[in-house]
Design a protein around this ligand. Structure first.
Ligand code: SF4
Length: 492
């Protein structure tokens, strides 16, 4: 599909909306409208009124969408926001009526729908008005509107526990025993990178020490710690103990609400490692089956079976964690609506405190070029999610946070479910951008959140373990900028 821009340069907005509505489209920007499927996106302004007009031709049928809004007197940033929305919505209006099913998220393409809903509530709308706005302005389905409003309410409740000096920590361990076929994370297998683990821990412990000193200097208090990856339990028991000791020695955990470690892959979990975690104060672990069907597990390259998941879960229960999370993914290769339903039923039968239902994020290209396969996949994922939501609700779980990813199968979402009172604080704080989060380790993206203005400042660590290790003497510089903004440019 080709697209042209007339009177504006909002390429990103046009592409994002077209891919949201037509995920199988291969987009090419052109100077002039071509033959076949195409989109002409134009913007004009007259007498202080901006008008966006989209003319979209699909399978020989042409449709037009147009939106207008006043822009006279607006500052450049506000004007850009208004015209971007006009451009996006004009395309939505032209394309959405041609679709077999309207997107469940309507015209929303953002990652954080609940943050949007919170914004509406914080600007004075009632819950009913905000929900109506999501349905009528963004065309969000009633079920997704209800989900969004519930996640927004949870975030607002947890937000009341966060003081101005409260922060959270993320620590990344980018190693796994093997690579899952669907993985989109930066993670090295132990076969490739076992020799990097010790130098990586050296660099990480240094970053922990230097960051902890900055946290003390800035007078901040750590509210939650989340060790993720990769698979942190790829580390052996001694290495895990070293990491946890470094964290405990550096930071004060007197105000800690929650301490999570992703134990992820059952093929990395041993009773000894679980005891090391618990002894260090870890109170929440994630044991992620993704599927409880052995054929699906083999098809996605996991090195464990469903029986291994059950064994690991029992071991974690025996050690006595306050909360266990289990992740599943809808849309995995080889999974069907029936086998997915059995996975959900098996997990609810185990009664972990949290179950997170992900939708497989598919990469553009091979996965999407076959329109028939993409449509079948959409229907399968829809059936999976339509089974999961009531099954979880009937088992006593409620949704507490959600997020979306680009190129998610079917344009759906990831949802964290929990039994009452077992919301993961870190997940909500991170996804809703409620507080400053310092990220340690390779690929870590620290964010300073300025709540009053909505300003978010980022500091990125090197992405890959080798680069991270090589940068060990500079890792805390970005943290200083985040924690002590008035000392910008200062060195350690
Ligand atoms: S366990 Fe997670 S991070 Fe590791 S390879 Fe699999 S999907 Fe990627």
């Amino acid at each position: 599909m080709t697209y042209t821009l007339e009177g504006h340069t909002l390429k990103h907005a046009v592409e994002e909306m077209l891919l949201h509505l037509l995920p199988t489209a291969a987009l090419t920007r052109a100077d002039a409208p071509g033959e076949g499927d195409c989109c002409r996106s134009g913007l004009t302004e007259r007498d202080g009124i901006a008008t966006a007009r989209a003319v979209v031709q699909l399978d020989g049928v042409q449709r037009t969408g147009a939106r207008s809004a006043p822009v006279a007197g607006l500052a450049p940033v506000a004007r850009k926001r208004v015209v971007t929305e006009l451009v996006r919505m004009s395309i939505y209006d032209a394309v959405a009526p041609t679709l077999a099913r309207p997107p469940v998220w309507g015209s929303l393409t953002g990652v954080r729908p609940a943050k949007l809903a919170r914004g509406l509530l914080e600007r004075g709308m009632s819950r009913g008005e905000a929900a109506q706005h999501l349905r009528e302005h963004f065309f969000v389905s009633p079920a997704r509107t209800a989900l969004t409003m519930r996640a927004a309410a949870t975030a607002m409740a947890l937000d009341r526990q966060i003081g101005p000096d409260d922060i959270s920590l993320y620590v990344g361990i980018p190693f796994c025993p093997s690579r899952c076929y669907y993985c989109s994370f930066v993670s090295s297998t132990t076969a490739q990178s076992a020799q990097l683990i010790e130098p990586y821990l050296d660099a990480l412990c240094r970053e922990i020490r230097e960051t902890a000193a900055l946290v003390r200097e800035a007078g901040k208090r750590v509210q939650s710690v989340y060790i993720g990856g990769g698979t942190p339990t790829t580390l052996d028991a001694r290495q895990l103990a070293r990491l946890l000791d470094a964290l405990q020695a550096g930071f004060s955990f007197s105000g800690l609400l929650e301490y999570t470690v992703e134990a992820g892959r059952p093929d990395t979990i041993t009773p000894e490692k679980l005891r090391v975690l618990r002894a260090a104060g870890v109170d929440r672990v994630s044991i992620n089956p993704q599927s409880m069907d052995d054929a699906v597990l083999a098809a996605i390259g996991r090195g464990h079976t469903a029986a291994d998941v059950l064994r690991s879960y029992e071991q974690a229960r025996a050690v006595g964690f306050a909360a266990i999370n289990m992740d599943v993914i809808a849309g995995l290769n080889g999974d069907t609506a029936d086998t997915f339903a059995r996975t959900v039923d098996t997990l609810t039968g185990l009664t972990p405190e949290n179950i997170t239902v992900h939708t497989l994020a598919i990469k553009r290209g091979a996965d999407l070029t076959d329109k028939g396969a993409a449509a079948a996949r959409y229907e399968t994922v829809r059936a999976m999610l339509e089974y999961a939501a009531p099954a979880l609700q009937n088992a006593g779980y409620g949704p507490y946070y959600l997020y979306r990813q680009k190129f998610m199968a079917g344009g759906f979402e990831n949802v964290g479910w929990c039994v009452p009172g077992a919301e993961c604080f870190y997940n909500v704080a991170m996804m809703e951008e409620l507080q400053t989060i310092l990220s340690l380790g390779a690929g870590g993206v620290s964010k300073r959140v300025v709540r009053e203005s909505g300003w978010i400042e980022r500091a990125n660590n090197p992405k890959y373990p080798r680069e991270y290790i090589a940068a060990a003497d500079r890792l805390a510089v970005g943290k200083r900028r985040i924690l002590c903004p008035t000392q910008e440019g200062g060195t350690l």
